[in-house]
Design a protein around this ligand. Structure first.
Ligand SMILES: *[C@@H]1O[C@H](CO)[C@@H](O)[C@H](O)[C@H]1NC(C)=O
Ligand SMILES: *[C@@H]1O[C@H](CO)[C@@H](O)[C@H](O)[C@H]1NC(C)=O
Ligand SMILES: *[C@@H]1O[C@H](CO)[C@@H](O)[C@H](O)[C@H]1NC(C)=O
Ligand SMILES: *[C@@H]1O[C@H](CO)[C@@H](O)[C@H](O)[C@H]1NC(C)=O
Ligand SMILES: *[C@@H]1O[C@H](CO)[C@@H](O)[C@H](O)[C@H]1NC(C)=O
Ligand SMILES: *[C@@H]1O[C@H](CO)[C@@H](O)[C@H](O)[C@H]1NC(C)=O
Ligand SMILES: *[C@@H]1O[C@H](CO)[C@@H](O)[C@H](O)[C@H]1NC(C)=O
Length: 528
């Protein structure tokens, strides 16, 4: 057991307040958490200076040592965002936000017998929404069932997280959200021992934009010492990061809305958060007309050549002399169903279908049309669009990533694992997105990954959640997802493309997910 930790347990037992967790000593000062029947919680721990005032659009800065005991009994607000619940289910949206948002939360299993593996989750939300305080990310059950120290972090999103105004040091250089994540991960590496976490056993995992983020860290040479392995959930690998010109174009739209002179950062820093959010929304509606997939993530990392070396499938731009670490990667069977229905509230006819494919695939349109011929039995091609987009943006680009990784390891059988999530929400969780009922929409896995709202689940859902957590925890402990309920999850091999399907009743071990479709997309490429 960690010495600091045992010392502070004694303190706690010696009569600090009831229901408080052991006092923890970090390199920045003491932290008082709270106790729950399932775990100890340390909520709202700052890992960087508040990115406000002059610190807006700057690299995250070190916090200073504090003198008193930090009261870590409640969540801090999420980073600024507007109308989250019109884009995603309410349960994934945080209750409040503030520009002062660079905080993380730590959940510690109560069994303190030995240092635990650490699992650090990066939330998704198009680099624009969500936060660590959303109720589906409540880590009490997860840390208890996984017996891992569980950490959730926040990072700047939207224009506040990703604005690029120029390359000079006095301009906004973008990628702030990724820098925030790196700072939080470093904090965990350096401080988690005090929370009974094993700093040599850190798993990063994330979903959607969080999955893209985790992939960035996986490919970043200077992050390699900070984690052991990663889990990539529903990462849209085909959505291209911006280049400089595209980033500056977005800035010019944004700046017009705020009536600031070009490159006048002082003017932009004087604007209220509400004004920023309004300008952000207007700017992104203009960009949507340029590249189809930019509509989904208008504000996102840009390829600055330093932090972001290329697109996620361009391994050779990132990796020169290190081995890629073990990972689990997977997607859902109907990822894009929600986006197609959000983007196209009315039926999509044949002509519009052809037009959309042309906009998306340019010179390869005919090939895609041959692979996904229109369904003449209906006036509405939205279901077809959803299937095509799910394969292009999620399923096949993730398989491409997985198979490319074999060229960056010396282990011939690899150490990579594939899954497919194929289970519809078994409770009324989609709020106004009623079309997602009975579909496996993007994000359907999140309630089951953490099991935080188990009281809503049927017995099938509970079983599914526990098998999910079982594999994730095995992977954090042993670098292999191992066996859960007698189903052994073997590594993906190029000669035996096997994967686990999470589904109702019993999970199964299968082969060749979307083989024909993905062979097709591999042949035409993913970025347009
Ligand atoms: C910590 O903050 C909570 C409210 O956020 C408060 O109820 C509690 O009394 C505080 N604890 C201490 C020790 O100050
Ligand atoms: C859902 O729809 C109701 C009306 O049907 C509306 O009042 C509410 O604001 C909507 N909620 C969200 C999260 O958009
Ligand atoms: C999990 O929670 C139960 C109470 O529900 C508790 O008895 C047990 O010690 C906890 N286990 C861990 C590893 O935290
Ligand atoms: C506590 O954890 C140790 C090792 O991780 C394990 O052997 C032991 O069974 C656990 N105790 C309880 C009560 O869960
Ligand atoms: C949020 O939604 C309201 C109502 O649709 C709209 O007036 C407002 O402009 C939206 N705000 C942003 C920042 O998108
Ligand atoms: C791996 O490298 C080989 C040899 O350079 C190449 O033929 C193959 O296409 C690569 N595989 C992937 C998936 O990129
Ligand atoms: C290939 O995968 C299947 C599961 O889909 C498994 O049953 C079989 O043993 C695997 N074969 C080899 C050689 O690993």
């Amino acid at each position: 057991m960690n010495i600091n930790f045992s010392l502070f347990i004694l303190f706690a037992l010696a009569g600090l307040s009831v229901c408080s967790a052991p006092l923890v000593k970090t390199s920045y000062g003491l932290i008082q958490g709270v106790e729950d029947e399932h775990s100890y919680m340390y909520l709202g721990i700052p890992f960087a200076k508040p990115p406000i005032g002059d610190y807006r659009w700057k690299q995250p800065a070190d916090i200073e040592h504090w003198q008193d005991v930090l009261n870590a009994s409640s969540y801090k607000p999420a980073c600024p965002q507007a109308n989250c619940s019109s884009r995603m289910p309410q349960k994934s949206c945080p209750p409040s936000f503030s520009e002062d948002c660079l905080y993380l939360n730590v959940f510690v299993p109560k069994n303190l017998s030995e240092p635990k593996p650490v699992m650090l989750f990066i939330h998704g939300g198009n680099f624009q929404y969500q936060g660590a305080s959303s109720i589906i990310f409540d880590g009490r059950t997860f840390s208890n069932l996984s017996d891992c120290v569980f950490v959730t972090i926040q990072y700047r999103i939207g224009a506040l997280g990703f604005l690029v105004t120029g390359l000079e040091t006095d301009q906004a250089n973008g990628n702030f959200g990724i820098l925030d994540q790196r700072m939080a991960i470093n904090w965990v590496k350096n401080n988690i021992q005090a929370f009974n976490g094993n700093p040599d056993k850190i798993t990063l995992f994330g979903q959607s934009a969080g999955g893209e983020s985790v992939t960035i860290h996986l490919l970043s040479e200077d992050m390699q010492q900070n984690f052991n392995n990663v889990i990539i959930q529903s990462s849209p690998m085909s959505i291209p990061f911006k280049n400089f010109e595209e980033s500056i174009l977005l800035y010019s739209y944004f700046n017009q809305e705020l009536n600031c002179a070009p490159r006048d950062l002082a003017c932009l820093r004087s604007k209220s958060v509400d004004d920023i959010l309004e300008a952000q929304a207007k700017a992104e509606s203009k960009v949507a007309s340029v590249k189809l997939l930019e509509f989904f993530e208008a504000w996102l990392p840009w390829i600055d050549g330093k932090l972001i070396k290329g697109q996620l499938l361009e391994f050779d731009k990132w990796i020169s002399n290190f081995e890629i670490k073990p990972f689990i990667i997977g997607t859902l069977t109907e990822e894009c169903y929600i986006y197609i229905n959000l983007g196209f509230p009315k039926p999509v006819g044949l002509t519009e279908y052809g037009g959309l494919l042309t906009a998306a695939f340019k010179q390869n349109t005919l090939k895609v049309l041959t692979q996904y011929p229109p369904d003449f039995s209906t006036q509405d091609q939205r279901d077809l669009l959803s299937v095509m987009a799910t394969n292009w943006v999620f399923g096949c680009s993730s398989r491409r990533f997985l198979e490319k990784a074999f060229n960056y390891t010396t282990s011939p059988s690899g150490k990579f694992y594939q899954y497919v999530f194929d289970y519809t929400l078994d409770f009324d969780g989609w709020d106004n997105f009623t079309y997602c009922n009975d579909h496996v929409c993007h994000g359907s896995d999140m309630p089951y990954t953490f099991d935080a709202i188990e009281s809503y689940f049927t017995n099938d859902g509970k079983r599914l959640a526990r098998s999910h957590i079982g594999y994730w925890a095995n992977f954090a402990r042993n670098n292999q997802p191992g066996s859960v309920n007698n189903l052994e999850w073997n590594n993906y091999r190029l000669d035996n493309k096997s994967f686990v399907r999470f589904q109702k009743n019993f999970n199964t071990f299968e082969q060749n997910y979307l083989k024909k479709e993905c062979d097709f997309f591999d042949s035409i490429g993913y970025y347009y």
